[in-house]
Write a protein that binds this ligand. Structure first.
Ligand code: KIV
Ligand code: ZN
Length: 506
């Protein structure tokens, strides 16, 4: 069967996006899920960027066996050496080296000539090949590079030993027609192209990353670089799930090409990413959003019930989302909850399951019928909140007073290991007062960057889902909390973000 290789860069380009940073353990967890998903290559990070990046690239390379593990490097010896050292333990290591090739970047960013650029490519690729059997070369800003020079750059890289040449639409400027023509030109004009795999790497600034990637595949590219949920620099990268399901659902339109992705693992991969980063999956997100298979109108519901294909071009099960009519309530046991969460793509370990079950029981006392959307919100918030780290702050109790003729006051007690700390604060509103009380307890100031609250479902007893983004001098941190009480949900969300902030400080 003719295949397209899936190169996942969630842990490198994806992690570069603000608010998506992950710690070492989280990256390894995500890498293991990407391996289960069946990605051919995973870009584990940029080893030379920092000691922390080096450590996580190495940890992933030492752990993952079935996928090739790759580290990014500028076209510099020291970067290439760091990559080689970090991926040395991988079963199938790959060094990815890049340099910009557009005149704009050469003149204003790198301040080098085209001839210097070719020299650097030759040296970097041949140096990398001495250290690793698989070397990928990327021409950054390829889509805005003079085509003759781009072909020369790829020829130089292939002659120096590159096994993959990647065509990035770095700033998401291309259109599908243009990008397809660009790939076709590279395939037809570059000498030695038969010795390398041609790859696409499209950004989503104009919302065309997936369309451009698919156009690249039609034109002959056999590797696609993409990320789970399309996360990445600025507007993000091509979304893996959309590229993969596009190829699978429209095999007729893409020459029968297939991928090795286990598509039933897609929902689980996206949920894990959302859980780790605290960033919610938009309900309308293609393939994995909560509404992606929801049929609201009567006509659609009737159609789907008589024959699913009337309004469904793929089944929820094919991407790992099973639908049943099961509604859980306070009499449901842990087994029913576990089964339902598995169907929704959440495979939780024993400790996390026990934690979600306790939260589920507490919720069932307040809310009669618990829907799938409630369960997903609950699982994601509880899983992100729970950590084996005894140093984390947890909510013990709170009392908040507010009214239209008084200042709001909040009294909060948090526990950290065996310590219980209590404090109170006033504010212009109850959430503000509660957040100030938390700030006093943890003795660390932060800025509230964003605060959002949404009802998970429509009824009066709906769960409130709160998303909080805070920052300090080191970075930004997100948290999510759910509760039928929006003040409790807000404090829980804040504590997830606070614990991430405290961990980053270490
Ligand atoms: O967008 C880009 O050009 C990149 C390269 C480093 C491949 O991420
Ligand atoms: Zn990129």
């Amino acid at each position: 069967m003719k295949t397209v290789q899936i190169f996942d860069t969630t842990l490198r380009d994806g992690e570069q996006a603000p608010g998506y940073s992950m710690n070492n353990d989280e990256k390894v967890r995500m890498a293991l899920q990407l391996e289960t998903l069946g990605v051919d290559v995973m870009e584990a990070g940029f080893a030379a960027a920092s000691p922390g990046d080096f450590k996580s690239v190495k940890a992933i390379a030492d752990t993952v066996k079935a996928s090739s593990v790759c580290s990014l490097s500028r076209a510099l010896e020291k970067d290439i050496e760091a990559s080689a050292a970090a991926i040395g333990g991988a079963a199938r290591p790959r060094i990815h080296t890049f340099i910009a090739t557009s005149d704009l970047h050469l003149k204003y960013k790198l301040r080098i000539s085209r001839a210097d650029c070719l020299r650097q490519i030759r040296h970097a690729v041949s140096y990398a090949r001495k250290l690793c059997g698989e070397v990928e070369f990327s021409a950054e800003d390829a889509s805005r590079t003079d085509i003759d020079f781009l072909c020369k750059a790829f020829e130089t890289a292939i002659a120096a030993g590159a096994t993959v040449v990647n065509i990035p639409d770095t700033v998401g400027y291309s259109t599908p027609d243009e990008f397809g023509t660009l790939v076709a030109t590279v395939m037809n004009r570059v000498k030695g192209i038969g010795n390398a795999t041609v790859s696409t790497h499209c950004h989503d600034d104009l919302g065309l990353a997936v369309a451009n990637s698919l156009a690249g595949i039609r034109a002959g590219a056999r590797q696609v670089e993409c990320t789970i949920c399309g996360i990445g620099e600025r507007a993000g990268n091509a979304a893996l799930e959309e590229v993969v399901m596009g190829l699978r659902t429209r095999r007729d339109a893409y020459g029968g090409l297939a991928t090795r992705i286990r598509t039933e693992e897609i929902a689980r991969s996206a949920h894990l990413l959302s859980t780790i980063t605290g960033v919610r999956i938009a309900p309308g997100k293609a393939i994995i959003g909560a509404n992606a298979f929801a049929h609201e109108s009567g006509i659609h519901q009737h159609g789907v019930m008589s024959k699913a294909e009337t309004y469904e071009i793929m089944t929820p099960a094919s991407v790992g989302m099973k639908q049943t009519e099961l509604v859980l309530g306070k009499h449901s046991g842990q087994h029913a909850l576990e089964t339902r969460l598995k169907d929704l793509g959440y495979d939780l370990d024993e400790g996390r399951m026990a934690d979600v079950f306790a939260a589920f029981k507490a919720l069932a006392d307040r809310k009669k019928q618990i829907t799938d959307r409630d369960l997903a919100a609950l699982a994601e918030s509880r899983v992100a909140a729970r950590s084996a780290n005894a140093k984390e702050w947890k909510l013990d109790s709170f009392v908040v007073n507010s009214g239209n003729h008084m200042s709001a006051t909040a009294q909060i007690a948090l526990v950290r290991g065996k310590r219980r700390v209590q404090d109170a604060a006033m504010g212009t509103g109850p959430i503000y007062a509660a957040f100030r009380a938390v700030e006093k307890i943890i003795r660390h100031r932060f800025t509230l960057e964003d605060y959002r609250i949404e009802a998970v479902t429509e009824r009066r007893d709906a769960l409130g889902e709160v998303l909080v983004k805070i920052s300090d001098a080191r970075g930004t941190y997100r948290g999510r909390g759910v509760s039928t009480d929006v003040i409790e949900g807000s404090i829980l969300a804040l504590l997830v973000a606070v614990n991430r902030m405290m961990e980053a400080r270490k």
